[in-house]
Design a protein around this ligand. Structure first.
Ligand SMILES: Cc1ncc(C[n+]2csc(CCOP(=O)(O)OP(=O)(O)O)c2C)c(N)n1
Ligand SMILES: [Mg+2]
Length: 600
């Protein structure tokens, strides 16, 4: 199409659309494949900020956590070939955890398709990045003419945010960024802003769910991240308090209810506490909201540990019917937005009698659960006062939890530290403790904390990450300095890929290989000096070996409002025990640290 005076090019249309959608930031890394897009961002730098990072996956993890904190999708930019090939790990992470962001990936010029130009993936199909990310994102769009861009960008945005959200790739050949596209950009208010996917459940289903909840003797509500990101936390609390039903959560649902609320049970998982697992597996009715029953939430689906379905009668509510009855049979499965469903249930309760009776009859069940809680608390008590060096991991999690103010955002990485944190932190808000539960890529927390800080500039943002993952992604130090982000990294340094070494110890008779870091001459545990690395980047860095020093250092870091790294020497020989189990098929299953298998 000839470029008339009023024409916008492909890059300008994409950027203008992002501005219209009020996207405040794009995170990414340059390459020859996306300089056309950068040029369009340059023109609009007053309206949208471009953040340049040092590894593409960092950009993706930042966009992901930005959404988890700020509730707004952002975008990433990566070049053709290797630049975009560094992104799929972050796409998959967001895809499996249902987090939207728009990935604008560059590709080779359309005029060179299938000629094997520099960085073209061409041997199966021309410019074939879409095949690379097929399994890693919700949808890929690849406009191959300028005038295809407006449609692609508005459809990409819609696919990303509607239904079950997820990341979408907009793969743009080099020439299309600079090719004439349109005189006007699609308007969100015409195409996307007025679409609601807050569908309610079938009204008969709502009445049936209420019947079941009112008749239940031992009900439990189980919540996943659908409650958090669906903005349903306040309504969840209303329902739980009105019917006095205790609330347990999956790791992704952590924070959907204040963990100190009397009705809060805790985490259902291999390493979840007794009162949560035991109440969930002995419940007569389980109301599951926006949760998908993965293996780690469900004790690998072995009956009697996390759940016993049936005889427990499951009511499963989710926006995505694919997740209903994937792993457990349902007494009632309802496709609905969780918040709308809760509104429906609360309205239905207004028209019912006998609510007071139902709530009173709950006293016995709640008393029984308090008994479980006391037993569990006695079991875990010693770890809170252990003063060993290296620091006892339970104590480390507890000290971090104690020091963080209520508005802090803690972004965990993947590994044994995450298991300790989800068991021993007591989050009060939906975004107090953020982790990845679907894909679990190392680096998620190391990098994601930067996205959290962009989304919440005034709140303390802390990453607790393994030594393995920190070293993998240490480039974040520079990004914190370049963008003046006062993030804190607590490197949980156990001189090992400890979660994996724990599996070799637990399942393979201690045949350890390739899971710890040692000095070749002395054989002693080895790691680079992470605190010195931080200082070399212009960031405060300290080492701690004792629990009290860890809390002191964290207080100082919080007070400094500057980027900070605390390298904490933490014991590696323990795993957090719980009342559930995890099976590695072929190798066996773990044993619960407390209680046994429930047989109805
Ligand atoms: C990118 C990536 N590579 C490998 C893994 C497999 N893996 C899961 S946890 C883990 C160990 C992580 O070590 P570290 O960061 O030190 O955390 P720790 O378990 O010691 O707390 C590994 C290798 C992964 N999840 N992601
Ligand atoms: Mg480690």
């Amino acid at each position: 199409m000839p470029m008339s005076k009023n024409m916008l090019d492909g890059g300008q249309v994409i950027v203008d659309y992002l501005v219209r959608e009020k996207v405040p930031y794009v995170f990414g890394l340059c390459g020859h494949g996306n300089i056309g897009f950068l040029d369009a961002l340059y023109e609009r730098s007053d309206d949208i900020k471009t953040v340049s990072v040092h590894h593409e996956s960092v950009a993706g993890f930042m966009a992901d956590v930005y959404y988890r904190v700020g509730g707004k999708p952002t975008a990433t930019f990566t070049s053709c070939g290797p630049g975009s090939a560094n992104l799929p790990i972050a796409l998959a992470n967001s895809y499996l955890d249902s987090v939207p962001f728009l990935a604008v990936t560059g590709n080779v010029p359309t005029s060179q398709f299938n000629r094997g130009a520099f960085q073209e993936l061409y041997r199966h199909y021309q410019a074939d990045f879409p095949s690379t990310v097929r399994a890693y994102c919700k949808r890929v769009f690849q406009p191959t003419r300028g005038d295809m861009v407006p449609l692609a960008v508005r459809q990409a945005w819609k696919t990303m945010v509607t239904g079950r959200p997820g990341p979408v790739v907009l793969d743009v050949p080099f020439d299309i960024f600079k090719e004439a596209a349109a005189e006007e950009t699609p308007k969100p208010e015409e195409w996307n802003a007025n679409i609601s996917c807050r569908c309610g459940a079938d009204p008969e289903g709502v009445a049936k769910a209420v019947d079941m909840l009112l008749a239940a003797k031992r009900p439990v509500i189980l919540v996943g991240q659908g409650v958090k990101y669906g903005g349903a936390a306040a309504d969840l609390l209303r329902l739980a308090e009105r019917l006095r039903i205790p609330v347990a959560w999956s790791a992704s649902g952590t924070g959907a209810i204040d963990s100190r609320h009397p009705l809060a049970l805790g985490l259902v998982a291999r390493n979840g506490p007794y009162q949560a697992n035991h109440a969930a597996r002995t419940a007569d009715v389980l109301l599951a909201l926006g949760v998908r029953f993965d293996d780690r939430t469900s004790s690998s689906w072995l009956p009697g540990y996390s759940f016993t379905i049936p005889p427990t009668r499951l009511i499963h509510v989710d926006i995505d019917p694919d997740e209903i009855a994937r792993n457990y049979p349902v007494a009632l499965g309802l496709m609905a937005d969780v918040r709308t469903f809760l509104h429906q249930v609360l309205a239905e309760l207004d028209s019912r009698d006998g609510l007071a009776d139902a709530a009173v009859s709950r006293a016995k069940w709640l008393d029984t659960i308090e008994g479980y809680r006391r037993e569990w608390n006695a079991f875990i008590a010693p770890g809170f006062v252990d003063d060993a060096s290296p620091i006892h991991p339970q104590r480390a999690a507890h000290e971090i939890d104690k020091v963080l103010p209520e508005d802090a955002i803690l972004v965990s990485d993947i590994g044994v530290h995450h298991n300790w944190l989800i068991q021993f932190c007591n989050p009060r808000r939906p975004d107090s403790l953020i982790g990845s539960m679907g894909f679990g890529p190392m680096g998620f927390g190391v990098a994601g904390v930067l996205g959290a800080q962009f989304a919440a500039p005034e709140r303390p943002c802390v990453s607790v990450c393994g030594d393995g993952a920190f070293f993998m992604h240490a480039s974040v130090l520079g990004t914190a300095v370049e963008y003046d982000l006062p993030v804190i990294w607590v490197v949980w340094n156990n001189f090992a890929y400890a979660s994996i070494r724990g599996l070799q110890r637990g399942y393979l008779g201690g045949r350890e290989l390739a899971t710890d870091f040692r000095h070749p001459e002395t054989g002693a545990p080895y790691n680079p000096d992470f605190a010195a690395m931080a200082r070399s980047a212009g960031i405060a860095g300290v080492n701690v070996d004792r629990a009290a020093d860890l809390s002191e250092a964290l207080r100082a870091a919080l007070a400094s409002r500057r980027p900070y790294l605390i390298n904490a020497n933490i014991g590696a020989d323990k795993n957090p025990g719980g009342a559930g189990v995890w099976e590695l098929p072929g190798l066996g299953q773990s044993q619960p640290a407390f209680g046994g298998r429930y047989q109805p």
